[in-house]
Every structure is written in structure tokens, then in C-alpha cells.
Design a protein around this ligand. Structure first.
Ligand code: K7E
Ligand code: CUA
Length: 622
């Protein structure tokens, strides 16, 4: 393996500054790369009124904790799905169900959304994501675009590498960015190498009861795991992930984690790990089945790679995995077939922490080093198997052929792309057509909003020579996105009646307010344009309780009519929830404040929406 010319952090900063100022200079809005300069480009992104986009793009909302839904090619934002953070627009994090899901956290850091798959193809049913900030995983139902389950992943800190699902959604793997002692108990950083661990969690999803579950975990060496990807076709039983800080630095990571010439790709066979778990080859750590590779041997291997790689991506044919250099200006193509042979022949170059190291030369297929391309991060693919790699430092997308290493095309983007996303790009059969660059910096692309600018997404037509033809601002932070054919997603129009739901009432006459001690249960309905909490009462839209009562408001929207959503808020009680057509939702709280509080519908629902209000009266304690 040749020695990589290391880009030290000082140099790196210099490169970034240089590229940005250069890019700035050449980014006059009139320049051809920055604008849809001719009519045919404009027509390509124009979706006339009455027509719909061909693709949904689900973009990560990063530390907003949310997911943003865009239409492609128009790049119009359609929806925000709150996942790890509360959202008063939808009452997410306020109603009982979502409050429980949130588990007391008020923010999250969502990096990599992943669709459920069947035979390596997005099936349009579910979307998964993880929270680097508070170590959680979530599933979103694509029938309703709502978050259905969230689990806290114990023993781990920051599952950044996730979520990437296996070919038939058997697992999603959650390797961590931060090493911590198992159970996150206190250990001195002097004992980092012996006491700290990076942990990979294998999470399953039960479609029937809509629950996520941790099947097992692996206590990996105390390194940082950056990105992962699941194998496909011939490599479908395998998954790969990149590492950095194999130096095991405990301070000033910027410098100390960039010392060694090489880090590793971790290669593992999840079928083998599954078998080990079945055979009881694990230890119980905090209620989780934990595999320790230094004791329970097999299934996990290391492949040396140029220092501090960021992304690793499996080609659609499942034959190769491509690591991107970050600090080394190259992409390295590795062959699964060669790796399998090396494993079979025990062609090892020693081991680290009990994990065998495969020889670089035995697994490497080719090193690809496009001229002056700097900071390769992530790779996507088109329908012909061609690769598109984002260059963070030289601010461009490079198209190249994984089979020859030849550079085919390049296009500048504004600026510093992290990931990009291709249409159906992570499947066994990408569509080609579109690629969206997810740029970290917008700089002068949009109207100024002060010192902090939005991030930018640029739509690139990849059907011929690459061309940027549209852009859209996006809130922080589009780490990654997936793009799915629109017709694969089948949403419901209204929530069907649920006779088994004890909280639901569908007729005005069935509404009631029930008191049990100091617990008050309201079974009410919302309809155009009134609330009915107790039809028999003199004032059916008024709730009266005593100070200190524990109140449950169960509210059903009986407008079985698409798009007629009602909101329910109590003035000055910091409470707000939403009931979509046919849906029943519950709000639970203690009426600790005495007084008179108007309640009202927050979602404009009819000409008499403004009349859709009542009172919440709290009688003071004597
Ligand atoms: Cu921003 Cu995928 Cu979290 Cu790379 S990650 S850029
Ligand atoms: Cu109901 Cu506005």
C-alpha cells in the first residue's frame, strides 16, 4: 500500500478556506453552475399545478431531530416529520403517545434515514432513523408519515453509523461514534483502551406490533465507527463500517485521531453473529446479549484502509465496498469476493483486540484518485453502476467507474457537500436520473438571513453530462437522505374507526366526562366546527375541574374527511395536540393552575374555525 500524503488538520483548514474563498469568487449567481440557465433545465424541474413529483426525498434533519420531506424534481418541501424532537405544529411530544415515545428528551440528532427493504429494494412501508445525540432508534410509518416507535439503545453512545438495513429488513445495525465504558459508568480516561468500547447494536423491527427490539450487541474496540452499509446480493449476509481513532486518543481528537496512516473497515457476517447468539456465545450486559469478539471468535474481520475514512458504500451489484478517504484524497474499492477468500484461507496479517486483520493487498481491488479531488466522503450509484462521490473540500461531485477507476465527469456544487442522494440510490437497482447534493454551506446562494445561513440541496440531472439545475434551502442539517419512487408509498386518507379503542368516541351522544377520585377523564370529539366533551351538559364545550386534578382529555376527530385536521390547545397551559381525520389522541396533565383558560382549535378547519373554542375552568383549592 502506498503511503498516503497526509492532510494535517492545519493544512485541511487551509484547503477548506482556500476552496471556499475560491468558490465564493466564482459563485456569482449569474454563473452557469449556480442557476438553471436555460428553458429546458427549468422545464425539467417544473411540476405544473395539478401534477405531482416523481420522487419523495426523505432528508435527515440532523440536530433538529426531525425529518424533512421534499418532492423531486421540484425540490418543494412537503412535510416535516417530527421524530426525536417535539413539534408544536403537530402536537408531537405533547400528546400522550408521542410524549411517551420521546422518553423525556427534548432534542435529537438524526443523521441517516433508511427505508425498509424487500429483496434489496425500498418497499415504501417504513422509514428508520437513529439519534446520535441521545442514542435512540425510531421507526416512521409511511402510511401516515408519523413516528410509531422509539427505543433507547443501552450500552452505547451516539449510533452515528446507522441506520442501514439489510436486504429484507432483517436488521438495522447501529455502530457508535463515541466509545464509552459499557453501561456508561464512570471510568478514568487513563483506562480508555481497556475499559472503553464502541458498541454495534443489531436492531430488529416487528411489523405486526410495530416495535423495535435489540437482538444483540457487539463490544467492539474503543474506536469511533463512522458509517456503515449492508451488503447486497452475494454479500447480503455481510455488513461493513468505517472506523477512525484506532489510535485510541482520549483528547484533542482533531490531531491525535489522525496520527496513524491507516484505520480499518470492519467487516462482519451477521448470519454468523446471529448463530453465535443462538448458541449462547455471548455475555449478559445490562440485560443485553453482548458478543465480545476477543472471547467469542468468528464473524468479524478488519480490513486496513487509508487513514480516517468517512463513508463506506456497497455497490448495487453487491460485489464491492468503497471507502472514502476524508484525509486521504482517494476512494478505495475493495472486493467482497477477495475478502471472503481471505477469510476462508485465513490470510491474516495479525489481529487487533482479538479481531483478525485481512491483508490490504488481498482485499483491495483498486485505489481511485481523481486529479485535485479532495475530501471524498460518500458515494452513490446510478442505473449503470457508476459511482458519484461527494468531495467536501474541493466542493464537487465526481462521477467515476468502480470497475475501471476512470473519472467520467465532475460538477462543482455550492458548497462542501457531505452526502449526496441518488434516486433509489441504496437499492440493488438505482434509477439514475437524479442526484441531490446535500451541501453543508450555502454561502451566497439565497437571500441573506444574517450570519448563519441555511444548508443547501442541489438537484443534479445525471441522465447525461452532470448539471446542477435546481437548488433548495434546508434547515439543519441534511446529513443524508433517501429518494424513493412516489408510487411506492401508499398513504391512508383517514384513520379508520377503531371499535377496540376505549378512548375513542364516534357519536356526540357518547361523549362524557368521568371522574374517579381526583382523576378526570374527558371522552370528547372534535368536528367542524365545535368540540363536544359532554353532550348532556348545559355547555358541552366546557371542561371544569378542581385544582390539582389529574386530567386526561381523549379527543376523537369525527370528520372522516381527508385533510380536515383539528388541533386542541389550552391557553396558557403549554398544551397543544392534533387529531387527524378519524384519529383519537390523548392529552394527560395535572391542572395545577387555578383560573379560567380558553381552549381552542389550532388547525384552521372551516369557515367557523375561529368559533371552535370553549373553556377549561379550574376551581381553586380552598
Ligand atoms: Cu454528516 Cu453521514 Cu453523519 Cu457524512 S455524516 S457528511
Ligand atoms: Cu377545528 Cu379549527
Amino acid at each position: 500500500m502506498k503511503k498516503w500524503v497526509p492532510i494535517t488538520s492545519g493544512l485541511l483548514a487551509g484547503f477548506i478556506a482556500a476552496t471556499i474563498s475560491f468558490a465564493n469568487f466564482s459563485s456569482n449567481p449569474k454563473s452557469e453552475t449556480a442557476s438553471a440557465s436555460n428553458k429546458s433545465d427549468a422545464e425539467k424541474v417544473y411540476v405544473p399545478f395539478g401534477q405531482k413529483d416523481d420522487y419523495y426525498m426523505f432528508a435527515s434533519g440532523g440536530h433538529s431531530g426531525q425529518m424533512f420531506i421534499y418532492g423531486v424534481p421540484s425540490m418543494r418541501k412537503i412535510r416535516t416529520i417530527p421524530v426525536f424532537s417535539p413539534d408544536s405544529a403537530t402536537g408531537y411530544g405533547f400528546d400522550e403517545h408521542s410524549k411517551k415515545l420521546m422518553g423525556g428528551y427534548t432534542w435529537g440528532d438524526l443523521h441517516h434515514p433508511a427505508f425498509s427493504e424487500t429483496n434489496g429494494d425500498y418497499n415504501g412501508k417504513w422509514m428508520f432513523a437513529t439519534d446520535v445525540g441521545n442514542s435512540r432508534a425510531a421507526v416512521v410509518d409511511l402510511k401516515t408519515f408519523t413516528t410509531k416507535d422509539i427505543i433507547k439503545v443501552p450500552n452505547t453512545a451516539g449510533p452515528h453509523c446507522a441506520a442501514f438495513v439489510t436486504e429484507n429488513t432483517e436488521y438495522m445495525f447501529l455502530p457508535t461514534r463515541f466509545a464509552v465504558p459499557l453501561g456508561q459508568k464512570y471510568e478514568s480516561l487513563d483506562d480508555y483502551s481497556s475499559k472503553y468500547r464502541g458498541v454495534m447494536s443489531a436492531v430488529t423491527f416487528n411489523e405486526k406490533n410495530v416495535k423495535l427490539n435489540i437482538a444483540y450487541q457487539v463490544a467492539l474496540p474503543p474506536w469511533s465507527y463512522d458509517l456503515s452499509d449492508a451488503g447486497k446480493k452475494g454479500s447480503k449476509d455481510w455488513a461493513v463500517m468505517t472506523t477512525y481513532n484506532t489510535e485510541e486518543a482520549t483528547t484533542t481528537m482533531e490531531v491525535n485521531a489522525s496520527q496513524a496512516d491507516r484505520d480499518y473497515i470492519v467487516l462482519f457476517n451477521w448470519k454468523e453473529l446471529e448463530k453465535m447468539v443462538k448458541e449462547g456465545k455471548y455475555e449478559n450486559v445490562g440485560g443485553q446479549k453482548m458478543i465480545f469478539p476477543e472471547k467469542q471468535k468468528g464473524g468479524i474481520y478488519l480490513v486496513p484502509v487509508a487513514k480516517s475514512p468517512h463513508g463506506v458504500d456497497v455497490t448495487p451489484d453487491g460485489k464491492y465496498f468503497i471507502a472514502s478517504g476524508k484525509l486521504a484524497p482517494a476512494m478505495t474499492v475493495f472486493s467482497f469476493e477477495k475478502a471472503f477468500k481471505a477469510v476462508q484461507n485465513k490470510d491474516f496479517a495479525g489481529e487487533r483486540n482479538g479481531i483478525p486483520i485481512l491483508k490490504y493487498e488481498s482485499v483491495m481491488e483498486r485505489e481511485v484518485n481523481p486529479e485535485n479531488a479532495l475530501g471524498p466522503l460518500h458515494t452513490q450509484f446510478d442505473d449503470k453502476g457508476m459511482a458519484y462521490t461527494t468531495m467536501f473540500i474541493s466542493s464537487e461531485i465526481v462521477k467515476w467507474d468502480p470497475k475501471t477507476g476512470k473519472t467520467l465527469d465532475r460538477v462543482p456544487v455550492q458548497y462542501s457537500p457531505g452526502h449526496s442522494v441518488a434516486a433509489e440510490g441504496d437499492t440493488v437497482s438505482p434509477d439514475g436520473k437524479w442526484l441531490v447534493a446535500l451541501n453543508k454551506l450555502a454561502k451566497d446562494t439565497y437571500l441573506s438571513v444574517g450570519p448563519s445561513h441555511p444548508e443547501s440541496m442541489q438537484l443534479i440531472d445525471i441522465s447525461g453530462k452532470m448539471k446542477v439545475i435546481q437548488s433548495a434551502p434546508v434547515d439543519p442539517e441534511p446529513h443524508y437522505a433517501q429518494m424513493i419512487k412516489a408510487d411506492k408509498i401508499k398513504t391512508i386518507e383517514v384513520y379508520p374507526k377503531d371499535p377496540k379503542n376505549k378512548d375513542a368516541v364516534y357519536e356526540q351522544k357518547d361523549t362524557k366526562i368521568v371522574r374517579k377520585g381526583n382523576e378526570v377523564h374527558v371522552y370528547g370529539i372534535a368536528m367542524r366546527s365545535r368540540f363536544v366533551f359532554d353532550a348532556k351538559s348545559k355547555r358541552p364545550d366546557v371542561i371544569e375541574v378542581n385544582q390539582g386534578d389529574h386530567v386526561f382529555i381523549h379527543l376523537t376527530n369525527i370528520d372522516f374527511d381527508e385533510d380536515i385536521t383539528h388541533g386542541f390547545a389550552i391557553n396558557d397551559y403549554n398544551l397543544n395536540m392534533e387529531v387527524q381525520p378519524g384519529q383519537t389522541n390523548t392529552m394527560e396533565f395535572t391542572a395545577d393552575k387555578a383560573g379560567t383558560f380558553p381552549l381552542y382549535c389550532t388547525n384552521f378547519c372551516s369557515a367557523l374555525h375561529q368559533e371552535m373554542n370553549g373553556y377549561f375552568l379550574v376551581k381553586p383549592k380552598k
